[in-house]
Design a protein around this ligand. Structure first.
Ligand code: HEC
Length: 479
């Protein structure tokens, strides 16, 4: 029953919560302070109009999802379409809920390959536009309409200039209009793989837009024999220990993985895909399947580095283990994982459920120093954002480094998506249970590679790189 309640909210935007108003006011205060008396430069002095100032921002940062037949509930392409949403738009951008990017911008690494957040200046422009009555402006100022690829194309096709080498499809799954969450775990053989092949990139999606609505996440585990490979698993006995690890996880906000040059995942002959597709009801019956597109390295090209999608748990996973979230409290859990070989971390993707509040990723180096890597301070269950580091910003760490993950769950009324703060909550698969782990693509390198990297980067990137969090306390803001 609870299901229907929160899912109804999910697509109507649980995130628009009155609870965020405190921080919302604070932020608008901050933005206004930047324009004392409305006489300073930039957004403050001129009249801000949709056609001239706002449309270019929407084209760059919103239309990807807010256009006809796309994933968002409304289109923000034309003035007529956008105007009715002005108030809601202001709220969402000021709270840093839209575009979905819930990372604390004041600590840790800040360069990402897929950063879709707004700059402070863009936020100020939108706020000014809404506050001045959301005027249209001169239609002649309207930028040319942005051309979007049709929804059925693969996004990476453009980047690679060719269709994927393999498209692997799961069997169909379906959800009734109302019902409990379901987990669909079919197997798909890969007869196409007759010899070891290296993967350059993967892209995954439910095959239709309605299918995206019912799909909470879809994981493609690679089942293959890796029993004698110590790197394939982490000390917390994750899914990776069972085989080739995870090839790809799809969740709203995460659609593809492109490995860095000379880096890939390995598929062995005899491998099969074991799907783990979590669906929830959204008020209409929907049938769909998941598709996984794979771009391979040419047969004669063997990349030097192998990447493993690794689950760094903040709590041990398993019924009754480690996660112990008391009613009406904010709970903190931590996990520690030793890197068995020097490695580069490619991304950070926190995974929690409805009460997830914040997650911090740190590296404790063998010399005892701690690096704050990333901190998501405003976790929103609707968005399993994947924060992909750039070639330059990806942290490179020596063998023996401890990856320290800290997670906070907010089991109070302050968390708008919390279905019931009076319940005790433990680890579990259902959306009303909790999880707390970070998905990180770990690329192992040799000590030699590490030393070479360190020699080049040490002065600029010692232990103090990026502003560190003095005390790892969760933020006041909620969603
Ligand atoms: C990655 C996709 C994506 C991007 C980019 C994105 N949105 Fe959204 N937006 C959504 C989805 C999906 C929803 C509905 C679910 C939710 O609220 O989280 C939504 C909801 C909203 C809502 C709330 C609608 C309501 O029901 O009240 C507003 C307002 C909004 N977006 C504005 C924006 C603006 C403005 C931008 C750009 C500055 C933007 N969004 C960028 C996907 C996106």
């Amino acid at each position: 029953m609870m299901n229907a309640r929160f899912l109804g909210g999910m697509w109507r935007g649980v995130g628009t919560s009155v609870l965020a108003i405190g921080s919302f006011l604070m932020l608008s205060g901050f933005l206004m302070a930047a324009e004392p008396g409305g006489t300073t430069t930039g957004a403050a002095t001129k009249v801000v109009t949709f056609t001239k100032d706002v449309a270019p921002i929407f084209q760059a940062k919103c239309e990807e999802c807010h256009r006809k037949d796309s994933m968002a509930p409304m289109s923000l392409v034309t003035y007529q379409e956008s105007r009715p949403w002005a108030r809601s738009i202001k709220e969402r951008v000021v709270q840093h809920q839209m575009p979905p990017w819930h990372l604390d911008k004041t600590v840790g690494i800040q360069e990402f390959a897929n950063d879709r957040s707004l700059s402070d200046e863009q936020i100020a422009t939108i706020v000014k536009w809404v506050d001045s009555g959301a005027p249209q402006g001169d239609p002649k100022d309207m930028p040319a309409a942005k051309q979007w690829p049709s929804n059925d194309g693969w996004q990476l096709e453009k980047q690679f200039g060719r269709a994927p080498d393999l498209v692997i499809k799961s069997k169909d799954y379906w959800m009734p209009a109302v019902g409990q969450d379901q987990w669909w775990k079919p197997l798909t053989e890969l007869p196409e793989i007759t010899e070891a092949r290296w993967v350059r990139a993967v892209e995954m999606r439910p095959s239709t837009t309605p299918g995206r609505k019912i799909t909470h996440h879809a994981i493609a585990h690679l089942q293959q024999n890796e029993r004698n490979n110590p790197l394939a698993g982490d000390d917390n006995a994750t899914a990776a220990a069972a085989g080739g690890g995870i090839l790809m996880e799809w969740a709203i906000g995460k659609t593809y993985d492109v490995y860095r040059p000379n880096t890939g995942k390995l598929i062995l002959p005899g491998a099969r895909i074991s799907w783990d597709i979590h669906t929830h009801a959204v008020g209409e019956p929907i049938t769909d399947h998941v598709e996984l597109a794979v771009w391979l390295y040419p047969k004669n090209e063997v990349p030097k580095y192998r990447t493993y999608l690794t689950m760094f748990n903040a709590a041990r996973s398993g019924a009754g283990e480690a996660l112990d979230i008391q009613p009406n409290t904010i709970a903190e859990t931590q996990g520690f994982h030793v890197l068995r070989q020097a490695a580069r971390l490619e991304n950070f993707q926190p995974h929690m459920h409805l009460r997830g509040k914040a997650m911090l990723l740190e590296a404790i180096l063998p010399d005892g120093t701690t690096q704050t890597l990333s901190y998501v301070n405003n976790f929103n269950f609707n968005w399993m954002n994947n924060y992909i580091y750039t070639d330059e910003s990806a942290p490179v760490l020596p063998k023996g480094t401890i990856i320290h993950v800290t997670a906070w769950h907010d089991n109070t009324t302050a968390k708008a998506s919390n279905p019931d703060p009076n319940q005790w909550v433990g680890w579990g698969d259902r959306t009303v249970d909790e999880m707390a782990h970070a998905w990180v693509n770990v690329t192992y390198i040799s000590d030699e590679d590490y030393n070479e990297w360190a020699a080049k980067h040490k002065p600029a990137r010692g232990a103090g790189r990026g502003p560190n969090r003095a005390a790892a306390t969760p933020p006041a803001q909620n969603n």
